[in-house]
Design a protein around this ligand. Structure first.
Ligand SMILES: NC(=O)c1ccc[n+]([C@@H]2O[C@H](COP(=O)([O-])OP(=O)(O)OC[C@H]3O[C@@H](n4cnc5c(N)ncnc54)[C@H](O)[C@@H]3O)[C@@H](O)[C@H]2O)c1
Length: 356
C-alpha cells in the first residue's frame, strides 16, 4: 500500500532516519517522497555522504536538479525556512502535491500550531515529531504504547525522545510487575549540535560553555517523556543530565525506590524475559565481553532503545540501581521508522475496514 513520507530537518536525526530507511531495506523501507531543510541541496548531499560518527553510508548519493538520488531513488529536495511564518511562505505549501501521509519533523523548532496548520492546509495527513511539543495528541514509545495509536483521533504525534525511548520500556516493566514509588534518573548525554564550541551567548547559559572542557550539568526531559506514556508515574521521577564531550552513545543511571522488596534475580529474570519476548529488539541485557564491561563506543549503531548493563544491577530491599546505555541517534532513528510502521499499518487496516 502507498504510504508517503516527507522529512523536514536534515540534521543528525533527519539524516539518520533517511540513512536507516535505506539501510533497513533495498530501495528504502518507506517511500520518502520529499526532504526539506534550510541548507542548499549540495550541502545535504555532502553531509549524507560523509558522516563523522557513522562513516560513509552503504548506498550511493547523487544530485539531479532538485532531486537527491539516494540508492537510485529520486527524492525531491525542498528548501524551507519555517521562521518565515506560514507554511506557504516557508516553502512547505509546495509539499501538497505529494499527498503525504506523514510529515516527519526533526527540526526541533516547530510548534503545535505549525503542525495543526500543516494538517489543516492538507500539506500532510499526520505530523510526527522528535520532541514533546506542547499540545501533542499522543507520544508513542515503540514496544510500550504503540497499540494506543488511533488514526481517527491522533494527528500530531511524537516519537518521544532518545532518553524517553530508553527509560520508558524499563519503567513499564518495573511498574507492571513491582511498582515504582520514586526514581532519580541521571542521563550522561553526548554533546548536541546546539552547544557552543567556545564560550559564548546561548539562551541556556550552560550550553554556551566550551563543549569539550567540562562536564555540563543541565536539565533533561526524560521524566516528562516517560510520564507522557506512563501517567501513573507523574510526580514520581526526578531527573537531570550531565552533557559530556563524546559525540555519540548516552548513558543513564537510575536509583529507584520500588513499591516492595525485590532481588537482583527477580529483576534480572524480568528484564531477560521481556528482552526475549514482547520487547525483543527494543531492550537488551548486556553481560559484557570476556568478563569485562564494554564502554560507550562499543554500543555505536546498537539498535536497542536501552541496553541494560547487567553487571551494575543492584537491589537492596526496595532500592534498585540500574545502568543503561543507548546510541542516542541510531536507536532513536530505528524507533522513528518503527513508529512510521505503526502509522502505515493503521492506515492499511483503516482503509480495509472502510472497503469491507
Ligand atoms: N541528536 C539526538 O541525539 C536526538 C535524539 C532524539 C531526538 N532528538 C531531537 O531531534 C530534533 C533534532 O535534533 P538534531 O540533533 O537532529 O538537531 P540538528 O541541529 O542536527 O538538526 C536540526 C535540523 O533542522 C533544521 N532546521 C532547524 N530549524 C529549521 C527551520 N525553521 N526550517 C527548516 N529547517 C530547520 C536545521 O538546519 C538542521 O539541519 C530535536 O528536537 C532533538 O531534541 C535528537
Amino acid at each position: 500500500m502507498n504510504f508517503g513520507v516527507g522529512i523536514v530537518g536534515l540534521g543528525r536525526i533527519g539524516r539518520g532516519v533517511l540513512r536507516n530507511n535505506f539501510t533497513q531495506a533495498v530501495g528504502g523501507r518507506f517511500d520518502i517522497k520529499v526532504v526539506c531543510d534550510v541548507m542548499p541541496i549540495n550541502q545535504v548531499a555532502y553531509l549524507l555522504s560523509h558522516d563523522s560518527t557513522y562513516g560513509n553510508p552503504p548506498f550511493s548519493i547523487t544530485i539531479d536538479g532538485e532531486h537527491l538520488i539516494v540508492d537510485g531513488k529520486p527524492i525531491k529536495y525542498q528548501r524551507v525556512d519555517r521562521r518565515r511564518g506560514n507554511p506557504q511562505d516557508a516553502g512547505l505549501g509546495d509539499l501538497r502535491e505529494f499527498e503525504l501521509d506523514v510529515l516527519f519533523d526533526a527540526t526541533g523548532t516547530a510548534t503545535n500550531d505549525d503542525f495543526r496548520t500543516i494538517i489543516r492546509q492538507n500539506i500532510a495527513k499526520k505530523t510526527l515529531c522528535t520532541w514533546n511539543v506542547t499540545g501533542l495528541d499522543i507520544s508513542l514509545v515503540y514496544g510500550v504504547n504503540n497499540d494506543q495509536y488511533d488514526p481517527t483521533k491522533h494527528d500530531v504525534i511524537c516519537s518521544s525522545t532518545c532518553t524517553g525511548n530508553a527509560l520508558t520500556p524499563i519503567f513499564h516493566i518495573l511498574e507492571q510487575h513491582i511498582g515504582i514509588d520514586y526514581a532519580r534518573v541521571i542521563t550522561i548525554h553526548p554533546t548536541l549540535s546546539d552547544q557552543k564550541v567556545l564560550d559564548g551567548y546561548h539562551v541556556n547559559p550552560q550550553y554556551g560553555r566550551t563543549f569539550n572542557e567540562s562536564i555540563i550539568p543541565t536539565s533533561t526531559n526524560v521524566g516528562h517523556s516517560t510520564t507522557l506514556v506512563i501517567p501513573a508515574l507523574t510526580g514520581k521521577i526526578d531527573s537531570f543530565s550531565y552533557r559530556v564531550p563524546n559525540c555519540i552513545v548516552s548513558a543513564m543511571d537510575i536509583s529507584a525506590r520500588l513499591a516492595r522488596n525485590t532481588t537482583i534475580e527477580e529483576c534480572s529474570d524480568l528484564f531477560n524475559h521481556y528482552a526475549q519476548n514482547s520487547l525483543n529488539g527494543i531492550i537488551s541485557c548486556d553481560y559484557g565481553s570476556f568478563g569485562h564491561q564494554k564502554v560507550s563506543i562499543d554500543y555505536l549503531k546498537t539498535p536497542y532503545s536501552a541496553v541494560i548493563l547487567m553487571q551494575y544491577l543492584t537491589a537492596h530491599g526496595c532500592q534498585l540501581g540500574l545502568s543503561l546505555m543507548h546510541d542516542n541517534e541510531w536507536a532513536y532513528c530505528c524507533r522513528v521508522l518503527d513508529i512510521l510502521g505503526v502509522l502505515s499499518s493503521a492506515k492499511e487496516k483503516h482503509s480495509c475496514a472502510r472497503n469491507s
